[in-house]
Design a protein. Structure first.
Length: 431
């Protein structure tokens, strides 16, 4: 089987690594890829935002399966174009991808399906949105309606900052903002593969850490680290999420004539009032998928197709993100990365590239805000964590930063989906 992976981040490197271990996969292409995926898959240039270009490439390389990693091509309709050529594709249609492409649309689906979520209202004008800020009260939650690379959310007790966030979200004539009630409690990410027949196959739950700084401080990012499984999670959490969140959403999408297939990612908050959905994504979350796939024993293509239920290795996995200086606001790029081989030599460690490229001198340099995802497995979370941070210590990138508390035993339940940041708000911006 020849597989085309579309994308260039840590998620795509993790997918390529899992596919390289799949006995059914005989050839692998990653477009455009990065310096790490180039060791596993043929790199080819690609404008991932162009659905026709994605389909053209799938056709040109005779891909038996195309896996679309990022949200941008999915929302733009790349999966539709690939399927229109008679080719297999893992990823939802553009109509179904609106679950991530529009938070207002996702809220409408959840209301119709009876899925528990935060109360909210969406607006295209500033003044009604500001009125809802006061009605919901602090902590204020302001979300940009469209795609924002995981950073289009502001949560703050400062009304002036919330007002500024509303105005930032409504800069253009087509912009929309969502005002929500605040959700307390720890965050959980649960991914589910949804087959074309509508069968739901849940994966391991994970916890992401969105804030840039230790102790969940600073602005939201695309994710600074994750771990799985969750030793503190309530018993029966996964079947409950499938029963109350995933299956009703899949059923509602089918009822609307826009059936969902691909990867449905539920970002959840385990609040004092029960489970609530924070958001939906329609692709593997990054960096959670890096940790989750590290524990997968079943061939990935069998799981994606629904032929086999996933079987998991015992133990735990953790991912720590190394970010470029200035990330998430204005990352400084182009600096050389030293120590990759030394870090990768550690047992149970994978150095997954997220924002890297080779320069004209053959050096691996940073090319994105999130540069590397150090993923480690161990017999338990503490051993995995020790290996991951030992690998991080062997890598040198001028001015780079990372969180030191991913998987910290004293903070396992504290990362929340809508934590009130102690320092800074954020506005929609690209990775």
């Amino acid at each position: 089987m020849k597989v085309l992976v579309v994308g260039s981040g840590g998620r795509e490197h993790a997918l390529c690594l899992a596919l390289s271990l799949d006995p059914a996969v005989t050839s692998l292409v990653c477009a455009p890829g990065n310096a790490g995926t180039a060791d596993l898959a043929e790199p080819l240039p690609l404008d991932v935002s162009d659905p026709d270009a994605v389909a053209d490439l799938a056709e040109a390389v005779h891909a038996d399966l195309t896996i679309i990693g990022p949200e941008v091509p999915l929302v733009a309709g790349a999966a539709d174009e690939v399927r229109a050529r008679g080719l297999r594709c893992f990823g939802p249609s553009a109509a179904a991808a609106r679950l991530e492409g529009s938070k207002a649309f996702a809220k409408d689906v959840m209301r119709a399906a009876g899925v528990p979520t935060a109360a909210s209202r969406d607006h295209t004008e500033v003044e009604p949105a500001l009125a809802d800020l006061d009605e919901f009260g602090p902590p204020y939650v302001v979300k940009y309606d469209g795609l924002a690379a995981g950073k289009g959310v502001t949560v703050t007790t400062d009304r002036n900052a919330a007002v500024a966030a509303v105005r930032s979200c409504l800069r253009g004539p087509d912009d929309r903002v969502v005002i929500e009630e605040y959700l307390d409690g720890p965050e959980v990410s649960l991914f589910a593969i949804v087959t074309e027949a509508g069968t739901v196959v849940p994966l391991l739950p994970a916890q992401d850490h969105k804030r840039v700084g230790d102790g969940d401080t600073g602005p939201n990012t695309g994710g600074m680290g994750a771990y799985t499984p969750l030793p503190w999670a309530p018993r029966g959490l996964t079947p409950e999420v499938v029963r109350t969140v995933i299956q009703p959403t899949v059923d509602e999408m089918a009822r609307r004539g826009t059936p969902f297939s691909g990867l449905l990612y539920a970002g959840l908050a385990l609040t004092s009032r029960g489970l609530r959905v924070v958001e939906f994504n329609v692709r593997f979350g990054d960096p959670e998928v890096q940790a989750i796939l590290a524990l997968l024993s079943t061939p990935l293509t069998d799981v994606l197709s629904g032929r086999s239920a996933p079987v998991w290795q015992a133990g735990a996995a953790i991912t720590v993100v190394i970010a470029a200086p200035g990330y998430p606001k204005s990352p400084k790029l182009g600096d050389p990365i030293i120590g990759l081989d030394a870090a990768g030599a550690l047992t149970g460690v994978d150095v997954l590239h997220a924002g890297t490229r080779r320069d004209t001198d053959g050096r691996i340099v940073s090319s994105g805000g999130r540069v590397l995802c150090i993923t480690a497995i161990g017999s338990h979370l503490e051993s995995a964590r020790g290996s991951a941070y030992e690998a991080v210590s062997r890598i040198s990138l001028a001015g780079a930063h990372y969180r030191t508390d991913i998987g910290d035993p004293s903070r396992l339940r504290t990362a929340t989906a809508t934590d009130v940041p102690r320092g800074g708000t954020n506005r929609p911006e690209s990775e």
